[in-house]
Design a protein around this ligand. Sequence first.
Ligand SMILES: [Mg+2]
Length: 214
Amino acid sequence: MGRGLSISFDLDGTLTSNRFVDSVWLYGLPGLVAERQKIDFPAAQTMCIQAYSGVGDGSLLWYRLPYWLEYFDLRDMDSKRLVSRYASHIELYDDVIPVLKGLKDEGFDLILFSNAARDFLDLEVSESGLEPFFSRIISVSDDWGMVKAEAAAYAKLRNTVSGNIVHIGDHKRFDYEVPMSAGITAYHICRDKQPAANGCLHTLHQFAEIVRLL
Ligand SMILES: [Mg+2]
């Protein structure tokens, strides 16, 4: 049963759609910036997107909403409160619960391994009922002060489990190339891309079939 294998899952874009995080970053925060700076929404949105990409998703700052609230002179806004406004936008892909339940029942050790900050991660987990499936829920950015851009994050993950580990996620570099470079078998899932990139899995059902044969 499970043969002592741990399976590590990315969260956003892998288990949940990006609708929630996009709502916060592409609508919620730009909306506040527009109000505060008295500019129109499209201009604020462009300003935010340019600021985010100046930092890049390989940086810890990218994930830290309190940093961005300060950056845009919105210190009076509480990050948790802003994030919770969009809780109704959290949506799981249809295959998530059946696959997680099946793998857990078969004895696999399941881990949630996300770059998302705790304010995002905790809300997504509680709203979508994911908590019972995972033995560990790790916010790589908040809990470890690292980002999955670093092979060291995967080396640390490997050291926290006793047996072998397999990872899956939707970010080609962070969830596939980086873990592979750290000696962890990894799979890339492409949820919405048409046509899917070469070697991409389309569903978690496909992934579960592969894992059962490992
Ligand atoms: Mg992702």
